[in-house]
Design a protein around this ligand. Sequence first.
Ligand SMILES: [Zn+2]
Length: 271
Amino acid sequence: MKALKYIVDTTLRDGEQSPGLAMNMEQKLEIARLLDEAGIYQIEAGIPAMGRIETETISRIMAMRKKSKISLWNRLKIDDIKKSMECAPDIIHMSVPVSYVLIYSKLNKNKTWVTKNLFSCVEYALSGGFEVTVGFEDASRADITFMIALAKQLKEMGVSRIRFADTVGVMTPTRTYQAIRDIVENTGVEVEMHAHNDLGMAVANSIVAAKAGSNYIDTTILGIGERAGNCDFLKFIRAASIYDFGVTEKTAAAVQQSTLGILAKQLAAFV
Ligand SMILES: [Zn+2]
């Protein structure tokens, strides 16, 4: 029997960040319905801090979904997390910068500040009774020992999963295998792989991550997403057939085909 693993679809969150690809509410609802009917394990439905239209879209997705778990993306801000909690999702996801370049140069903070802030946000979301997952932003350029230490503490606190985000898309399959293996073996934590396609390796990196012990893989329909995009859902399902991701190639192809129809206007601009 094939090992069971899970798709986390982020078309509505990261996919939405494709240059020039803004989706309206109806389009988002249709895509969410497709994903839910296809039996996708988890749908990252949006970022409540973006405002009223976003939260209304999320509420409508929450109301209509039948099977998929709905997760919401957050910065490390209690106010943002509060907005997510008001949407009553299944999972609250928060993103923490873990590379020195992001922590010291971009945020102008330090590791102690980031860790303290992260832990208070995690406590806050957990106290509301939510499942919490934490995204390691720019993990590919971060110190592996720092990530392992953080993952261990988060697991103890009750965080169910950490996301390894190759935010700038610089990972190769060999490096991906090593990094995911190191985290899984040293912490026992569930790892979710989030790949970007800058080097054309998002699908390859995601398959290798699964082999290294990552049980959750982030994908977007048609691989849409920031810059070169994310891991392409259909291509990944085709290539990862040694695992059971709960969705057949035929279903994945149908989801892609319907999405092409829903986003026809926006996608025409890309051709
Ligand atoms: Zn991303």
